[in-house]
Design a protein around this ligand. Structure first.
Ligand code: ADP
Ligand code: MG
Length: 736
């Protein structure tokens, strides 16, 4: 009876899975007939053997506790929980870390030296030896009847008991010769008897494990889980998409990712599962964007007269890119939907002017603008620049930050509240509850990466309606991030620098060349230029051996540059703007500073920047800092003083000496730090990427994005029958 019901069960599963996989062929009558037959068959079966197995299939198995998998009892489910596996779905989506191609096991007599090889044989002998240097070496001799090879492990004597004499093992690793033929530190597995048949001649998955479970046990559970559950998994991807991009169905993809029979299987499975990850991510982004666009926003109608006047007063013409981006922003602001737009452009590409262009549109249509920046220095500087440019137009510009006197702050807040203030520039102080804008129409966030999503939204909510939001990014954003982390925003790109920019020469030097660096600064300052020297910290750190700005300012003043005027600037000082202003007015020759000068600061006469402990900084940050020089008519020099601890760290810094292309640097930075950083911290409520890599799998990312956005624009509620499973899945994952 058991056999019969097992067979019936199999039949039913086949028909169910063929039902779920065939949404396209439904059109043909013949297929319809088959479906009816199958359904009738199921109905009859149901009469005969009762409801039990059908109850099985109605459930959403992916959500059930992993204990439903054969071979997983209460004890083992605790072990699996340590791997983050709680449900059947978690289990099926816990993918192999790598695979071992055991179909390529070769006789030991034929192994090739210097290559990675897989061999299998019986343990002949084993032993741990100590060398005169005190290193423990475990050696295990393996015999396969054609020859003997040794496996060696250093300082892991505890591995010895894993290899009882006579047991059968598989080894994989690079073969070399040291007295005998050996493999150092091979990947290995001790085989059981039954396994020999099952796993010797095929590709086997190697899973990420935890204590109390081994590869063999894991594989056995996967075998039964895949057979049992993969046919029950509902396909959620519309057939047309699968067909267009040659994607295998989901049950098959899950089977093949765990048990590929050839490399092509693995490729098929990965392609499908990576597509899924991107597709769900893009759907979530598209939903977010749609959700925002459904809101009522402000229609900024302006003839652009203020902007025209402003352009005439500027001492330089705007670049083509600046004009285009201002136009894009103005068009967006004129729509009755809230704008959420990111302006990206190289350091020094002139984003501030673009922000002013947007502000003038808001002012002309009767609204106020708030411009938020991350540091008081930058706020002060923007205030002076913008005030100078806009006063002739009769506009009221205000500055708000916490270091101002209470009286000044209160006056400013009053002007904001009674609507007198047109444009308010400020730091986080703008976010305070007491600051109230009666007619806030535009929020501009400069150096947006320094702010969190919450802060941007807090400021935005100070408007009565859905205020337009313009974010400005410090440096260009790699395409992969533009499509993911920033994938729900509209993006404008300033892809042109103002003419006449001088190249910045960048050098990487070591501690020994320090006196040459000081000589070079002396030469430049004597020629009338100014210099920045940037340190990572304010105070010296005993543990990290880093030099600190405050102490070094003292030292350099006394011992190195007694003939020059030295200034000190750091974030915790009260009189930051005064120092910055003196530097701007050339009352200071050399400014010793922390990274507070990283963003926005604009002193065209400065031509040298020395960054100490450069290895401590990120590439994008260094590039941004270096953007403080090369702003005037002089050739400029950026000198990175560092002791990169490794070859890798040196290569990383060398990128900066080779290119001044912010795009390339950002790509490089992304590759080094990985997208995890961007996803982990910034995007909650976004699906996880397990297999996909936004840089390597860019092609699939683009396709998935196109398909997701197109589905949502045709069927925003995902209400069409063909999208039902998709909608259910998104709900389960709390993505909608
Ligand atoms: P960023 O994009 O890094 O924020 P800024 O807005 O600070 O750049 O501009 C850098 C410098 O370039 C400023 O001194 C600004 O006055 C100048 N600038 C901006 N646009 C132009 C232009 N079209 N022609 C010449 N100089 C410009
Ligand atoms: Mg800027």
């Amino acid at each position: 009876m058991g056999k019969v019901s097992g067979y019936l069960c199999f039949l039913v599963r086949c028909s169910i899975s063929s039902l779920s996989c065939q949404d396209d062929t439904m059109k043909t009558d013949r297929f319809k007939g088959e479906v009816l037959m199958t359904l009738r068959g199921i109905f009859l079966l149901r009469e005969k053997i009762g409801d039990s197995i059908f109850a099985d299939m109605k459930r959403n198995w992916l959500e059930e506790p992993v204990q439903y998998v054969k071979g997983v009892g209460p004890k083992r489910s605790l072990v699996l929980a340590k791997l983050g596996i709680r449900t059947v779905g978690d289990f099926l989506y816990h993918f192999p870390r790598r695979y071992e191609d055991r179909s390529r096991i070769i006789p030991i007599k034929d192994v090739r030296i210097g290559e990675v090889q897989v061999v299998s044989g019986k343990v002949l002998a084993r032993g741990v030896k100590k060398t005169w240097k005190g290193i423990n070496i475990l050696r295990v001799a393996i015999d396969d009847g054609t020859g003997i090879i040794y496996a060696a492990w250093f300082n892991q004597p505890y591995l010895e008991k894993q290899f009882p004499v006579g047991s059968k093992v598989i080894l994989s690793g690079k073969v070399d010769i040291y007295k005998d033929i050996q493999i150092v530190n091979p990947a290995y597995e001790v085989l059981g008897d039954e396994q020999e048949v099952l796993e010797a001649g095929c590709i086997v998955p190697i899973y990420p494990l935890t204590k109390d479970i081994n590869q063999r046990q894991m594989r056995k559970i996967y075998r039964s889980a895949i057979d049992r559950f993969s046919p029950c998994i509902a396909e959620f991807l519309p057939y047309s998409i699968r067909k267009r991009h040659k994607l295998v169905n989901l049950p098959l993809a899950l089977r093949k990712i765990h048990f590929p029979e050839a490399e092509s299987d693995w490729n098929d499975a990965r392609k499908r599962l990576i597509f899924d990850e991107f597709f769900l991510l893009q759907l979530a982004l598209a939903r977010r964007k749609h959700g925002r666009l459904e809101k009522q926003g402000i229609r900024h109608v302006s003839g652009g007269r203020l902007f025209e006047k402003f352009k005439e007063m500027l001492p330089f013409p705007l670049t083509g890119a600046q004009l285009r981006v201002v136009e894009e922003i103005r068009n967006d602001m004129a729509k009755p939907r809230p704008m959420t737009r990111l302006v990206q452009g190289e350091v020094g590409s002139g984003k501030t002017i673009v922000a002013i262009g947007a502000s003038l549109t808001a002012v002309e249509s009767g609204y106020q603008t708030a411009l938020m920046v991350p540091t008081e220095i930058l706020a002060g500087q923007h205030f002076l620049t913008i005030q100078k440019l806009l006063l002739p137009l009769g506009l009221r510009i205000n500055l708000l930050m916490s270091s101002l006197s209470q009286k000044m702050r209160e006056e400013t807040m009053k002007e904001i509240e009674n609507g007198e203030s047109h444009i308010t520039i400020g730091t986080h102080a703008l976010l305070e509850e007491k600051v109230r804008f009666p007619r806030l129409g535009l929020v501009v966030v400069d150096e947006q990466h320094k702010f969190g999503v919450k802060q941007r939204e807090t400021l935005r909510k100070k408007g009565l309606e859905s205020t337009d939001l313009l974010m400005m990014s410090a440096t260009p954003i790699p395409r992969s991030l533009a499509m993911t982390v920033y994938g729900d925003l509209d993006i404008s790109t300033i892809d042109e620098l103002p003419p006449g920019r001088k190249e910045i020469h960048t050098y990487l030097v070591s501690e020994e060349e320090r006196s040459a660096v000081y000589d070079f600064i002396r030469e430049e300052v004597t020629l009338g230029r100014q210099a920045y020297i940037v340190y990572p910290l304010i105070e010296e750190s005993a543990t990290l051996h880093l030099k600190a700005a405050a102490k070094m300012a003292e030292y350099l003043k006394m011992n190195v540059f007694p003939e020059f005027r030295i200034g000190l600037l750091h974030g915790q000082m009260k009189e930051k703007e005064e120092v910055m202003q003196s530097f701007k007015e050339r009352e200071i020759d050399i400014l010793i500073s922390t990274t507070v000068i990283e963003v926005g600061v604009d002193v065209p006469n400065a031509s040298v920047m020395v960054v100490e402990n450069a290895e401590r900084f990120g590439l994008a940050q260094l590039h941004q800092m270096r953007g403080r020089i090369g702003r005037g008519d002089y050739e400029s020099f950026c000198i990175l003083v560092g002791e990169p601890g490794s070859e890798e760290a040196r290569k990383r810094l060398e990128v900066l000496t080779q290119t001044s292309d912010g795009f390339q640097i950002a790509e490089e930075d992304l590759e080094l730090r990985g997208p995890g950083e961007f996803f982990g911290t910034r995007q909650h409520g976004m699906p996880e990427l397990k297999l996909a890599n936004i840089a390597d799998d860019m092609k699939l990312l683009e396709i998935a994005r196109e398909e997701a956005f197109s589905i949502l624009s045709q069927d925003p509620g995902l209400d069409e029958p063909g999208h039902r499973n998709l909608k259910m899945l998104l709900k389960e994952k709390s993505l909608i």
